[in-house]
Design a protein around this ligand. Structure first.
Ligand SMILES: Cc1cc2nc3c(=O)[nH]c(=O)nc-3n(C[C@H](O)[C@H](O)[C@H](O)COP(=O)(O)OP(=O)(O)OC[C@H]3O[C@@H](n4cnc5c(N)ncnc54)[C@H](O)[C@@H]3O)c2cc1C
Length: 492
């Protein structure tokens, strides 16, 4: 059995910690392909889940090969080039309280955090009217629409239901069958009367899952909120949606992509890029994994990605029907991030946080994505579900015009003339298929949920979608990598 020494892993880590500049471009590719073609474990995917699993398995003395389809690590964590030599978060961005495992990983990688800009008022745009609201009141980030009392009553009820969901095993909830038989849309219409409350519940689904509430199982959404915590703090809806005290509280210095880039560099030449895995053939001894240009035989395989994207791999013999059909039933959300760069964060001088919620236009939620020193202003807007679907196939100039039109409506004429714009759409990404997360429609979790994590012979499943806590987030990805490494180490 080949064993990679712990010393080698820690040695490369010391270089990184000392501040060496690490970039995906410097990652090995051709040379790395001369590496041994057998290993204890082959990991498919160099997102946070796959890289974390690799880190822990190597530390346990196992030999590991990581095969990544793209030419970079990080998957849904990506520094989007702005065209002037700098980047801004094009995928995952924020970290918040109870996201302990991504926090620990970032600290280990020497990547610091800073508070998301949150001074001043938020913008609410609904029915053609723009209003401002403070977020330090009892409602937090919820806009004070006239339907807000109705909304609060519905959220109170929803919060009680969240408490009844066993984290990571929602199919075991006493009312799982009832909740998985309806969409969040159906529930929100039966439990509210005002158009304001209904709009804001749709906005909740859209901004957290990039899906229309009609597409999401109620049970899935309840589990998503139940997962927004840790072993000591039960998950809550507030922690999902809030900036202060919630999932959007902080950002990473240098951008979130620093975390996977440094971790991949620490792992060194066991990570192979431009190596999309096409097939996994299992037998009594383990599996043979074939990627473009490289084939690896291993005793165990980790598939570290969303169920929908795992479904593109050819498994032989065929996977059990429960797993195969799960992968047909876990679609990715539709999302893009659009950013505009200005000389200054002008909205701050206008007393605004840069955060907005809108019911129309291409952008339905925004944040201030400026660098920590505010040396220039960067507005970021989410183009979610129907908005980005409307722009399917649109030329970049049309996406840009639609994005700037939204920013101008929300933040005034100064937003109309940025120095630069950029956008990253995820629904066009072959190796992600959308984002931020795979979402279960009704009927999926109760029929196929256990197959999310259940190994199939030598094949183990990681990826944020498999996590109990913080499923859908970077933290969930790291937790899933840690879980799968323990699972395999115990099995080998
Ligand atoms: C727009 C957007 C905003 C987000 N915002 C946040 C946020 O603010 N905070 C937060 O915590 N999370 C956020 N997320 C979610 C976060 O990015 C994910 O939860 C996390 O990165 C998932 O990591 P993963 O390892 O599970 O999967 P992935 O990152 O998807 O990694 C899977 C990897 O597998 C590779 N791969 C796929 N198929 C193959 C194949 N056949 N062969 C080889 N390799 C393959 C992919 O290229 C990829 O690198 C956001 C995501 C998006 C898209």
């Amino acid at each position: 059995m080949t064993r990679v020494s712990r010393r080698r892993l820690l040695g490369t880590g010391a270089l990184t910690a000392a501040g060496a500049v690490v970039s995906a471009a410097a990652a090995p590719s051709a040379a790395a392909r001369t590496a041994p073609r057998t290993a204890d474990v082959v990991i498919v995917g160099a997102g946070l889940s796959g890289l974390t699993a690799a880190r822990d398995l190597v530390a346990a003395g196992r030999s590991v090969v990581v095969l990544e389809a793209r030419d970079r690590p990080g998957g849904r964590v990506y520094g989007m080039p702005l065209g002037d030599g700098t980047t801004n978060e094009g995928g995952a961005e924020f970290i918040g309280p109870t996201q302990d495992r991504i926090a620990a990983l970032a600290e280990d990688m020497g990547v610091g955090t800073y508070a998301t800009y949150n001074e001043g008022k938020n913008v609410y745009y609904r029915d053609g009217k723009r209003s401002l609201y403070a977020t330090d009141g009892p409602l937090g980030a919820v806009p004070p629409d006239w339907g807000v009392v109705d909304l609060e009553l519905a959220l109170l009820k929803l919060g009680g239901m969240v408490e009844e969901v066993p984290v990571g095993e929602p199919w075991k909830a006493a009312k799982a069958a009832e909740w998985d038989a309806q969409t969040f849309y159906t529930w929100s219409r039966s439990n509210s009367l005002s158009s304001g409350a209904r709009f804001l519940m749709d906005a909740f689904a859209s901004s957290t899952l990039s899906m229309r509430s009609q597409e999401v199982s109620l049970l899935y959404l309840l589990n998503y909120a139940a997962s927004a915590g840790n072993e000591a703090n039960p998950g809550t809806i507030d922690r999902l949606i809030n900036t202060r005290g919630g999932a959007q509280e902080s950002r990473f210095v240098g951008g979130s992509q620093e975390v996977p880039i440094r971790l991949a560099a620490r792992l060194g030449d066991i990570v192979h890029y431009n190596a999309p895995v096409r097939s996994v053939v299992t037998d009594a001894g383990g599996a043979t994994v074939t990627a473009d240009g490289i084939t690896v035989s291993a005793r165990r395989v980790v598939v570290a990605m969303s169920p929908a994207i795992a479904g593109k791999i050819d498994f032989s013999p065929a996977l059990p029907a429960s797993r195969a059909q799960l992968m047909q039933r876990y679609p990715m959300g539709s999302v893009a991030k659009f950013v505009a760069v200005y000389d200054t964060p002008f909205w701050r001088a206008d007393g605004l946080t840069g955060q907005a919620v809108a019911d129309s236009g291409a952008i339905d939620a925004t944040f201030d994505n400026s660098p920590p020193d505010g040396s220039r202003g960067i507005l970021m807007g989410f183009m979610n579900q129907a908005s980005i679907r409307r722009l399917d196939g649109a030329p970049a100039a049309d996406v840009r015009a639609a994005g700037l039109d939204s920013f101008t409506k929300l933040f005034g004429d100064k937003a109309a003339n940025p120095r630069l714009t950029a956008f990253q759409r995820w629904d066009n990404e072959v190796w992600s298929g959308g984002g931020p997360v795979g979402v279960a429609p009704p009927g999926t979790l109760t029929a196929f949920g256990p197959a999310l994590r259940e190994p199939c012979g030598p094949i183990h499943w990681a990826g944020t979608e498999t996590s109990g806590y913080w499923t859908g987030y970077m933290d969930g990805a790291v937790r899933s990598g840690e879980r799968v490494a323990k699972e395999i180490d115990a099995a080998l």
